[in-house]
Write a protein that binds this ligand. Sequence first.
Ligand SMILES: Cc1cc2nc3c(=O)[nH]c(=O)nc-3n(C[C@H](O)[C@H](O)[C@H](O)COP(=O)(O)O)c2cc1C
Length: 276
Amino acid sequence: MLRRSFLKFLAATPLGRLAAGLAATLASAAAIYLDLTQIDVKKTAQKRAAAAEIHLPYPRLRGPVSVEEALANRRSVREYREEPVTIEELAQLLWAAYGISETTYGLRTAPSAGAQYPLELYAVVGDLGVKTGEGYLPAGIYHYDVYAHSLQMRKAGDYREALYRAALEQIWVLKAPVSLVFTAVYSRTTRVYGERGRLRYVPMDLGHAGQNVYLQATALGLGTVAVGAFYDEEVSRILDLPPDETPLYIMPAGRPLASYRLTEKELIQYYQRRRA
Ligand SMILES: Cc1cc2nc3c(=O)[nH]c(=O)nc-3n(C[C@H](O)[C@H](O)[C@H](O)COP(=O)(O)O)c2cc1C
């Protein structure tokens, strides 16, 4: 079949119509995305004027742990040593979660439907929770500015106990030196995709970013757990979230009390026992 007639044939099939629909959606998503990029940059500039910026150590793009090792040794970790994480480790977790990985359009480490990036990220830092060169990061609630790779303090004080109570008293939220909190601004995605954006794409986006945190934590010798069980209103109040932001995940992070290691031998034996 000639290329042109093949394309005509394809366009007439249900699959072709779906593809055409998707192409149109993508085109409008791209236009809106470029629009949004400008808005985000402006918003960031306004925020910068309002709150002192803490410039985080730049992310490292090389590490000693392979992606296979991180996948194999990733577990939900709920018991942590009473030790701080370093500011370098916190910076690396935040970057891995949702940081910039492409410098023309500001694309991120996690894929996002139509590159709408509905998520926002906060760090709830406990007293003596994050070690810096000179001492400790003051306890508080910080917003992560993905474009500048910086933190801005939103509230001073140790809010771990409040967060722990909001999270149905899951003790790992109290004990971890720091928790990352993901929120979503659903309208960034629903304005392009409607209800499909709310029901599917935002949760999918969150899953990608959450797994990034898990894998980066594992590669750094840290542990984390995705906590989805909490009272939304309580978490929103603690973080002083604007009405259009919904909290989705709390991810406490710290040094694991016990480490988990899967060996190749153990894995192969597991599969061998299940093969006919
Ligand atoms: C959407 C979601 C919500 C979760 N909520 C919680 C939670 O509230 N508390 C908790 O301790 N673990 C929570 N987890 C972690 C799961 O319990 C954990 O991933 C599961 O037991 C498998 O263990 P693994 O992560 O070590 O593979 C959640 C995981 C997901 C994906």
